[in-house]
Design a protein around this ligand. Structure first.
Ligand code: CUA
Length: 257
């Protein structure tokens, strides 16, 4: 091999090495300087059932977001500017999205899994958290807020939790994800609609009939497949909803006309 060929090879190797170094540098700079997120990933954290903020150190937080039809928990958080938050996202029912407007955070809340991303809030302001995955009739209402403000700097910020009032029938339908399969407005879904259900005559799969009175509704919640309405598949799982909540649900269903 001539010296000229070796010279060219050397130059190619050096050029390639420089190219790789430059790319690595650009990626590192994007992360450090411009705050681009590295790809997020599913964690092996077990899905959780309640949202909360954990203060790990000054300006270091762990936020557990629970997405559900149709809100995020916690709904309202205050943290000081310069805070770094480790965000864990779980869902209580169906698939939701979670985008923090003004940041690069855009996660999916997938049943059975927990998603993770880290975000730093340098600029004070109100950050809107929205669901960007269609999840039912009130998908567009599903939002939460993160207040990045110095006012919260003194005491450790805590999530604003709603008063522990008992949930109403409609909220319980959301809590137990009933509305994932039963509509309130008559639109077709995997299960019968609740619209006009109470007091109506039901034709059952076995050809018999039943009236949707209180006893029928309570039985249908507890043992859904005791009576299957004609035209529907017996796919609803049995529930273990506390009796008081079942009664609240039935009272609500009565009002859906
Ligand atoms: Cu949750 Cu859309």
């Amino acid at each position: 091999m001539s010296t000229a060929t070796i010279g060219i090879e050397k130059r190619i190797v050096i050029t390639a090495a420089l190219f790789v170094l430059t790319l690595t540098g650009v990626i590192a700079m994007s992360v450090k300087v411009f705050g681009f997120g590295l790809p997020t990933c599913l964690t092996d954290v077990r899905p959780f059932r309640d949202g909360k903020v954990i203060t790990q150190a000054p300006k270091r937080y762990e936020i557990h977001y629970l997405a559900r039809m149709w809100r995020f928990e916690p709904a309202d958080i205050s943290i000081p500017p310069g805070s770094t938050a480790d965000i864990y996202l779980s869902t209580a029912d169906v698939t939701h999205g979670m985008q923090i407007v003004g940041t690069n955070i855009n996660l999916m809340a997938v049943p059975g899994a927990v998603n993770y991303a880290r975000v730093k809030f340098d600029q004070p302001g109100e950050y809107l958290v929205v669901c960007n995955e269609y999840c039912g009739i009130e998908h567009h209402q599903m939002a939460a807020r993160i207040h990045v403000t110095d006012r919260a700097a003194a005491p450790p910020p805590l999530p604003v939790t709603a008063a522990a009032a008992p949930l109403g029938g409609q909220e319980l339908l959301d809590k137990y994800a009933c509305t994932a399969c039963h509509s309130l407005d008559g639109s077709p879904m995997p299960g019968p609609t609740f619209k006009g259900l109470y007091g109506s005559k039901r034709t059952l799969a076995d050809g018999t009939a039943a009236v949707a009175d209180e006893a029928y509704l309570l039985e249908s919640i507890e043992k859904p497949n005791a009576k299957t309405v004609k035209g529907f598949d017996p796919v609803m799982p049995e529930t273990t909803i506390p009796p008081a909540e079942m009664r609240a649900i039935v009272q609500f269903i009565k009002t859906v006309k």
